[in-house]
Design a protein around this ligand. Structure first.
Ligand code: ADP
Ligand code: MG
Length: 739
């Protein structure tokens, strides 16, 4: 019997037409932020003094008092009502993937038997979701199984359908963070404080330093019907089996190719909705693999950018379904073709301009630029293992280290010009660096930085942390990840480096002040150069401009003392290194207790993911693959029998030779699969007995995950020989090329 379901869904997928997406009558800049309670709406709906107070809260971190909160809530409510909103929710980012929300309506008893709608400052500012079922790594013991969510006024509230959505942090009653946003806000504060102080060496007028993030989100689209016929995609987000399509990405014809119509309609729809939600999406294109695409906004303040990425990921899933697609955010949904990442373009800027942008005008500006580059490298060097931990997950592990994605060793590519600049500062004769220039006094001999840097085409695609003109691009982040994880670590590492830099520069200034009196030399710049020269030497091992995929680099990186670990659960241990704890605690980002609790969650999540994959693979092997292969084998056997009845013995055995070989191959492969699935079940039983989450995750990594590929190998071979009409699961060529 033919496999009807598969042919039916393939046929339907072929017939689907692009949806007709109605473009709004206004231009994008007119409807941008339409569903957001942004400054423009605040100005309109809040009393003047409340508006001013809110601006102070958002821009300067001023405290928000109860009266102001009440007034803000009233303004929000008025705006929300005009937009048909009936519910509100506190929206937060738990340690699982994605976001969480619980909707409440505005209605309350009015005390006279009727109902009124109400929304107070109290409800806006704080709420208690029933938090006991969010992972907390044991921070919330059963008797205090409660956490609360608290409004983050720096990220504006917005409307989706009938609901007012309030971005919040999620904290336990004992004060520990149970989410990504709380530590992110603390890390951003730390880098702001540290960087502002360092900026004061160059410009005392700088008031604040902002961390910026521009993410590039990669994803796959798959037809919804085909997706539903793949239990592995549905339950694990990736295909656990499936032979390569004869054609996939080898022709390089998808990248920057024209966007298929059904997909283009989806993208238009997504962009319109994203813009209305205030997400400044700008770029869309095909990616390298078939059915792979990318969307990227204009960069924003990191906290807002993180929220916008979380929002976009959930919006994308929704809009995809409307268009008969499923959006796959998994880092490696298909073997044999590229996986998906999320480049995190990161920079620092002051209220007066981007800090990592080479100005090339004055020596002082160039010195400031060099300072921030070198101290960023110091942070990345000191915490390269931790940074890897911050982007690691069971799913991203498939992508890292493969020959398409960043290697599993963190290093930084600077390009020729920037490398030369650092080499010059390090090696130039000190006398030459500081020359006296007549009346003007000291002159710094920092070579001018060419404008060209900004259009740096000399981009090394294999580098996980590449300088690209006015920012660093952290390319190891997974497509499914919350960017906050990487941003917490990166901003903390840079903050720590800047704090240490400042301390050492100040000490040096004190030591040398006397020597420079009346010399016309600037003691501060001398001290800065001294410390930079030290640091350039120290962090040199992180600089690598070569091919990150080569084995030679792996050996070299180990020699340089960089972290070369590849096991996901072991990499998580970096969070509990003394250096990491000291850094997070000293900056007030996370405590040891929080770090321990969060690692429990990480290990548990890792185990669960592998566990689910193991179950799905086992089930599909036993109830999809083996029965179908056996059924085909029976057909062949019948054929062999009948042939033997028709032809003389010798002729029959000659004619039956091919089928007999197939029968044997099927018998052997199905038997192997069966044995391997049994072994898999046994290995799980052993691992499940381990009580310690850390050790259990390691067992799952070491003994269970490696069995998947062996089973898959046998299944994929069967896919090649079993009658296509019987095969139950949509094949790669169908999943990846159908519009
Ligand atoms: P690519 O050429 O790597 O695809 P794009 O030009 O598409 O890069 O930009 C990628 C992202 O980098 C965008 O989100 C963009 O806004 C962001 N970006 C540009 N400049 C900066 C900066 N100084 N800091 C942070 N992000 C930036
Ligand atoms: Mg990029």
């Amino acid at each position: 019997m033919a496999n009807d379901l598969r042919f039916q869904v393939v046929g339907e997928a072929f017939k689907k037409k692009p949806l007709d997406v109605k473009a709004p009558s206004e231009r994008p800049c007119e409807y941008f932020g339409k569903h957001v309670f942004n400054r423009e709406k605040m100005y309109k709906y809040l009393p003047k003094d409340v508006y001013n107070k809110m601006v102070d809260v958002i821009d300067n971190g001023a405290r928000l008092d109860r009266q102001v909160a009440d007034a803000v809530a009233a303004g929000m409510m008025a705006w929300a009502k005009e937009n048909g909103v009936t519910h509100y929710t506190h929206w937060f980012q738990p340690l699982t993937e994605g976001t969480a929300e619980k909707h409440d309506s505005f209605i309350e008893h009015d005390g006279k038997g009727g109902m009124i709608e109400e929304f107070s400052g109290k409800l806006l500012v704080q709420q208690e979701p029933d938090a006991s079922s969010f992972p907390s790594g044991g921070i919330r013991s059963t008797f205090e199984a409660r956490g609360y969510s608290a409004w983050d006024p720096t990220s504006p509230v917005f409307i989706i359908d009938d609901t007012l959505i309030i971005p919040t942090v999620f904290i336990s009653y004992s004060g520990e963070s149970l989410d990504y946003k709380a530590p992110l806000l603390r890390a951003l504060k730390a880098v702001n404080m540290a960087a502002t102080e360092v900026c004061h060496y160059f410009d005392p007028a700088v008031k604040k330093v902002t961390s910026n993030l521009g993410w590039e989100q990669e994803y796959f689209l798959v037809d919804e019907g085909l997706y539903a016929a793949r239990p592995d995609l549905l339950l694990t987000g990736r295909t656990l089996m499936g032979h390569d399509s004869a054609k996939n990405q080898q022709m390089d014809d998808h990248y920057f190719g024209s966007i298929p119509e059904r997909v283009a309609a989806f993208m238009r729809d997504l962009e319109i909705q994203a813009l209305m939600l205030g997400i400044p999406v700008k770029t869309r294109h095909n990616e390298v693999a078939p059915n792979q695409f990318e969307v990227a906004p204009i960069f924003e303040d990191t906290n807002l950018a993180v929220d916008h990425n979380m929002l976009l990921m959930s919006l994308m899933k929704r809009v995809a379904r409307k268009h008969g697609f499923r959006a796959l955010l998994h880092e490696k949904p298909f073997a044999g073709i590229n996986g998906s990442g999320k480049h995190n373009n990161w920079s620092l800027s002051t209220d007066t301009g981007v800090l990592l942008h080479a100005p090339g005008k004055t020596a002082e500006q160039n010195l400031r630029f060099a300072t921030f580059i070198v101290e960023t490298l110091m942070g990345v060097y000191r915490h390269n293992g931790l940074l890897k931990a911050s982007i690691m997950s069971a799913t991203n592990a498939h992508r890292l280290g493969a020959n398409e994605a960043p290697p599993a060793i963190i290093s930084s590519f600077l390009g020729k010009q920037l490398s030369e600049l650092l080499d010059h500062i390090e090696k130039a004769d000190k006398e030459d660096l500081f020359s006296m220039d007549g009346k003007q006094g000291m002159k710094l001999d920092i070579p001018e930085i060419p404008e060209l840097l900004i259009d740096n085409t000399d981009r090394n695609r294999t580098s996980p942390f590449a300088f690209t003109g006015n920012r660093f691009e952290f390319r190891a982040v997974g497509s499914e990840a919350n960017c906050a994880s990487a941003m917490i670590t990166l901003n903390s590492a840079v903050a720590e480096a800047l704090v240490s830099f400042k301390k050492r520069v100040d000490a040096r200034i004190k030591e040398t002040a006397k020597d420079f009196e009346h010399s016309g030399h600037n003691a501060t710049y001398h001290a800065i150069i001294d410390i930079l020269r030290e640091d350039i030497k120290v962090c040199k091992p992180i600089r690598f401009d070569g091919n990150g995929y080569s084995d030679a680099w792996k050996a070299e990186a180990a020699k340089r003392g960089l972290d070369t670990e590849t096991s996901c659960p072991v990499i998580f241990e970096r969070y509990l290194d003394e250096d990491s704890i000291r850094m997070f605690e000293s900056l007030g980002v996370m405590t040891k207790k929080e770090l321990e609790a969060r690692n429990e969650v990480k290990w548990e999540t890792y185990t669960k993911k592998i566990q689910i994959e193991a179950r799905v693979l086992g089930d599909l092997s036993m109830n999809h693959i083996i029965p179908v292969a056996t059924s085909y084998q029976s057909q062949l056997l019948r054929n062999v029998e009948r042939m033997s009845g028709v032809f003389p013995k010798e002729k029959a055995s000659q004619l039956n030779a091919r089928n007999l070989k197939l029968i044997e191959e099927i018998a052997e492969r199905t038997a192997t699969i069966e044995t391997q699935v049994e072994e898999l079940v046994e290995a799980r039983k052993v691992a499940n007995k381990i009580a310690d989450e850390h050790q259990k995750a390691i067992a799952y990594h070491d003994t269970i995950a490696p069995m998947f590929d062996k089973i898959r190998y046998q299944i994929d071979k069967l896919e090649l020989i079993v009658d296509d009409g019987l095969w139950p699961l949509p094949k790669y060529r169908e999943l990846l090329f159908i519009r």
